[in-house]
Design a protein around this ligand. Structure first.
Ligand SMILES: [Zn+2]
Length: 211
C-alpha cells in the first residue's frame, strides 16, 4: 500500500459550498459529512479531513475503440482507497497514459468514499469487537454477486485477491467472501464487493455510525 499524495490547503480553491465549509474549518470530520448526507464533489475535501488514506490499484486494462481517425486506445484503472478503519472508496479512471488513468481513478474513489459498519456478527465468535461484519451482506455489479459472511476472530480474509484488497482497506479483519457470475472481471467483482460493504450501513440512522 502507498500513502496518497496530498493537496496542500494553500493551493486549493473550493468550488462547492461543502468544500468552502471544510476549508474554513466549519466542518472538521467525514462523520459530519456522512451524517448530514452531503455528497462529496471535490477530492480535496477528503485530503483535508483524512491523513491516513491508502490506495490500491486493482486492475489496469487497455481499452481499444474504433473512431473516424482510426483506433484509439486508452487505459482503464480500477482503484480502491481506504483508511483500514471503516472507510472504503472505489473509482474508475480512463486516460491515454497509465499514470493519468490511476490518478483519475484515485480522485473518483475519493468522491465515492463510504463508511463501513463493522461488528462481530459471527455466531461462532461473539466477542463483541468490530473485527468483522455485523451481519451477512450482498452486493451486485454486472453479473457478479458477492456475499460477505461474518467470520470468527482469527479466521482472516477467506476471499479472492480483489475482495481481499478491498476488505483490508475497509478494515475488515475476518470474513468469508463468496462470489458468483463472471468473477474474473475484476471491475465487476470490485464493485460488487464495494456494494456489499455499503449495504452494512443502509439500515442505519446517522447516530449508529461509530467510526
Ligand atoms: Zn468476534
Amino acid at each position: 500500500m502507498s500513502t496518497l499524495e496530498k493537496t496542500s490547503p494553500g493551493t486549493w480553491v473550493p468550488r462547492t459550498s461543502l468544500g468552502r465549509m471544510v476549508l474554513e474549518g466549519k466542518i472538521t470530520s467525514l462523520d459530519e459529512i456522512f451524517s448530514q448526507g452531503y455528497k462529496i464533489r471535490e477530492s480535496e475535501i477528503v485530503d483535508m479531513l483524512l491523513s491516513n488514506l491508502q490506495q490500491e490499484v486493482l486492475n489496469i486494462n487497455l481499452v481499444q475503440k474504433q473512431t473516424d481517425a482510426g483506433e484509439r486506445s486508452r487505459f482503464r484503472a480500477v482503484v480502491a482507497v481506504g483508511n483500514g478503519d471503516g472507510l472504503i472508496g472505489l473509482g474508475i479512471g480512463k486516460a491515454s497514459r497509465v499514470r493519468n488513468a490511476i490518478e483519475k481513478g484515485i480522485r473518483e474513489a475519493k468522491l465515492n468514499l463510504y463508511p463501513v459498519r463493522r461488528g462481530c456478527g459471527s455466531w461462532e465468535c461473539g466477542c463483541g469487537e468490530p473485527h468483522t461484519l455485523p451481519f451477512k451482506v450482498q452486493g451486485k455489479s454486472g453479473s457478479v454477486v458477492v456475499t460477505l459472511v461474518p467470520g470468527a476472530k482469527g479466521l482472516g480474509l477467506v476471499a479472492g485477491n480483489t475482495a481481499k484488497v478491498i476488505l483490508n482497506l475497509a478494515g475488515i479483519k475476518d470474513c468469508w467472501s463468496k462470489s458468483t457470475g463472471a468473477t474474473r472481471t475484476v471491475a465487476s467483482t470490485s464493485f460488487a464487493t464495494f456494494e456489499a460493504l455499503k449495504n452494512t450501513v443502509k439500515m442505519m440512522t446517522p447516530k449508529d455510525w461509530s467510526m
